[in-house]
Design a protein around this ligand. Structure first.
Ligand code: MOS
Length: 737
């Protein structure tokens, strides 16, 4: 036997489970395929006879189409067909969201694209051109001429805000609260702040724009698409096109980033599948960046009020946090803006309320840490301002108000190490060495400031179906229809399976990204890693029991036992029982609060003449349960911080309030952070397992964007003395008026 084979053979069903790989900075299993270009994304699958589609977008906000002239488009050489509401086959209504599905967080638009003459938002697809080449399709799309009867549209968020109505809650995440009488306590508080914040709309801007390659074979459908929810996409397509679900296959092995934008089913996907059926050929629809803005909802804008009252010792007596956000009239996701404030600080009086307005715009959707990302900007900026009012160190203010139990209802925390995170972060960042006075620290023309803020994101998991196959050759195959958006999802499950079975990492292969594999929950709400780990651990346990039974109690390695039993392989499969799982989860939630949390420390430099703001140092300390992969976890946490820097300083979707048109749907005009904008980001984690989660794991995909914008705003306040309440923090807002 070679060494490798010996190593592989050493695993045995008596292995207690180890931490040989869990916690280590293991390289991504798909890293090589990605850097060599071998990895093929949704728009890179070739079929003989492949046709290409392009969308025609409405240029008005609300209207009926009175006529649509496609003659010039049809005359373009290479054009195969132009589909409009006059000739396109109708789709069936979408499936209902199950109350047991995480997707209840995110209600989708149910627009019957191309089967209606109604225009619901500026940018809605009103025609699809199919051609022999992408160039011909795109050119012909510019020649389609719709005529409209325009209808009154409600488009201006700021103007509509007074008409906001109470926001609907959701089963899995409470957002509001009423404890004591916060307004009365505010009036009598010795020290108080009362601030109004605004945040603009944002868009996801994944590296890979949305793309679909759709192939029909009779009633069977194959779809290549980067999606955050393979099982949901399959179900959605089967329902909308009236074909059996088992005949629909979704292939999604590589997803070039999602951030919530690929969690739902949007127009491009449906219209690619529709076009493929209509022209009887495989069709690829690769959206332009602008088409992504026009057909995939982004993040809601918000206005928020945060009022805090405290006694002279800096103990909070009142917390008020209210919000107004928007959805589309055709659907959208009410963002849980005040949700994090239910958990952050102890106070006898707390009032949290959310309102929403419906506009004639594309439905908004989930974007990384929906709720917490923008809600923490307001509450964590207000805490900082209260610290200024009190003349207290903002770290000390937070420690004085750190709750022992969940502030609004007294539930226990499953674990909470924010004190430890603040202590470690302050020490590593050199927080105590700063001059606490505003505008006092200078480096040439730069005003230097430091800011701090808390990050928070709730922890949830869902059950996953997983199978594990052990071959007589020692090879292990884990099968699960999980979604890999670049975060290392398959890599960490391979690490977990290798440790659970006591075999080498090289002997484990994870098959994923395919709807023919066992169903997994979507990659959203930071649920994926823990959810699938739960299934992998259960399947590995079951497999070890099966092999022990096979060996009739006699000792031996897996290979020996399988050989003695004359077996080629053993497969264990676990299946989720969703209703039982959800009942257990809801019961647990009645007594327990679990979350990922952390602290951000940031240093900014502000040019005293031009107002230019540069982030010069960043340090985050996270309390995120057990870390499976030190390398991919650090990248995931850094990524959230980078996205938060964009939110804080440069990103903003500009919507013309007269026409509902998005004015900056390109990376040239919508500014995401580039390398030059991002300093070294120092990431630490406390690596304390959560006692209530599989392997102690807590989702880490979203927590690190929460609090980032506040940390920047607080550092700008320290550097300049200017409190910026309206994101993004652009230079005009810090220059003296
Ligand atoms: Mo997300 S915003 O949990 O896909």
């Amino acid at each position: 036997m070679t060494t490798t084979e010996t190593e592989r053979a050493t695993g045995s069903p008596a292995s207690p489970g180890s931490t040989t790989y869990v916690g280590k900075p293991v390289d991504r299993v798909d890293g090589r395929a990605k850097v060599t270009g071998e990895a093929r994304f949704a728009a890179e699958h070739h079929y003989p006879d492949l046709a290409h589609a392009a969308l025609v977008h409405a240029a008005v906000a609300r209207a009926r189409i009175t006529a649509i002239d496609t003659a010039a488009a049809r005359a373009v050489p290479g054009v195969i067909d132009v589909l409009t509401h006059e000739n396109a086959p109708a789709m069936k209504p979408p499936p209902k969201f199950s109350p047991l599905d995480l997707s209840t967080f995110v209600s989708a638009t149910s627009v019957n694209y191309l089967a209606t003459d109604e225009v619901h938002w500026n940018g809605q697809p009103v025609a699809v051109v199919v051609a022999e080449t992408p160039e011909a399709a795109r050119h012909a799309a510019t020649l389609v001429r719709p005529a409209y009867q325009e209808l009154p549209a409600v488009l201006d968020f700021a103007a509509e805000e007074p008409n906001a109505v109470p926001q609907k809650g959701n089963l899995l995440q409470e957002s509001e609260a009423d404890k004591g009488d916060a307004e009365a306590a505010l009036k009598t508080a010795p020290v108080a702040v009362d601030l109004r914040f605004t945040t603009p709309p944002y868009h996801h801007n994944a590296l890979e724009p949305h793309a679909t390659t759709a192939v029909w074979d009779g009633d069977r459908l194959t779809v290549h698409e980067g999606t955050q929810n393979i099982a949901w996409l399959r179900k959605h397509l089967a329902t909308r096109f009236g074909v059996p679900e088992r005949g629909v296959r979704v292939l999604s092995p590589y997803v070039g980033g999602g951030f919530g934008g690929k969690a739902m089913v949007w127009a491009g996907t449906l219209l690619a599948v529709l076009a493929a059926r209509a022209v009887g050929r495989p069709v690829r629809l690769a959206l332009s960046r602008a088409a992504v803005y026009h057909t995939v909802g982004g993040r809601t804008p918000s206005t928020q009020r945060v009022a805090l009252g405290a006694d002279a010792g800096g103990r909070l007596t009142a917390i008020v946090h209210t919000s107004v956000s928007r959805t589309g009239r055709i659907g959208g996701m009410p963002e849980p803006v005040t949700a994090a404030t239910r958990h952050l600080y102890a106070a006898p009086n707390i009032h949290l309320r959310q309102h929403v307005v419906e506009l004639d715009l594309l439905a908004n959707t989930a974007m990384r840490a929906p709720g917490e990302a923008i809600g923490t900007f307001a509450i964590e900026s207000a805490m900082d301002e209260l610290a200024w009012e009190l003349g207290l160190d903002p770290v000390e203010l937070r420690l004085r108000n750190e709750p022992e139990r969940n502030p609004v209802d007294g539930k226990r925390f499953s674990r909470r190490l924010l004190r430890e995170a603040y202590a470690l972060g302050a020490e590593r960042f050199g927080w105590r060495d700063r001059d606490p006075r505003a505008g006092a620290t200078r480096d040439g023309r730069w005003l230097v400031g430091m800011g701090v803020a808390t990050a928070y994101h709730p922890t949830l998991m869902l059950p996953a179906n997983v199978s594990v196959r052990l071959g007589a050759d020692g090879r292990v195959v884990v099968r699960c229809g999980l979604q890999e958006m670049g975060m290392g999802a398959a890599t960490v499950q391979a690490q977990i399976a290798a440790d659970e079975l006591g075999v080498s990492l090289e002997s484990v292969r994870v098959e994923y990204g395919d709807s023919s594999l066992p169903d997994a929950p979507g990659a959203g709400g930071s649920v994926q890693t823990a959810s699938i780990a739960g299934g992998v651990v259960a399947a590995c346990d079951k497999l070890k029991r099966m092999v022990r039974r096979l060996g009739r109690g006699a000792p031996g390695t897996y290979a020996e036992i399988l050989a003695r039993a004359g077996r080629d392989h053993v497969t264990a499969e676990v299946k989720a029982n969703m209703p039982v799982f959800m009942i257990r989860t809801l019961l647990e939630r009645r007594r327990l609060v679990k979350a990922a949390c952390g602290v951000h420390f940031c240093e900014v430099r502000v040019d005293r003449d031009t107002g230019e703001i540069r982030v010069s140092r960043w340090l985050g300390v996270f309390d995120v349960g057990r870390i499976v992969n030190a390398k991919t976890a650090a990248s995931q946490l850094r990524g959230g911080i980078v996205m938060g820097l964009g939110m804080a300083l440069s990103e903003e979707t500009l919507v013309d309030p007269r026409t509902g048109r998005i004015m900056n749907p390109s990376l040239a005009d919508y500014h995401v952070p580039v390398h030059a904008d991002v300093p070294h980001i120092d990431v630490h984690y406390l690596d304390e397992p959560d006692p209530t989660m599989p392997l102690g794991l807590v989702g880490i995909g979203e927590v690190s964007i929460a609090g980032v914008a506040a940390a920047v705003a607080n550092a700008v306040r320290h550097a300049t003395g200017v409190r910026v309440l309206d994101l993004p923090i652009t230079l005009d807002k810090v220059l003296p008026g």
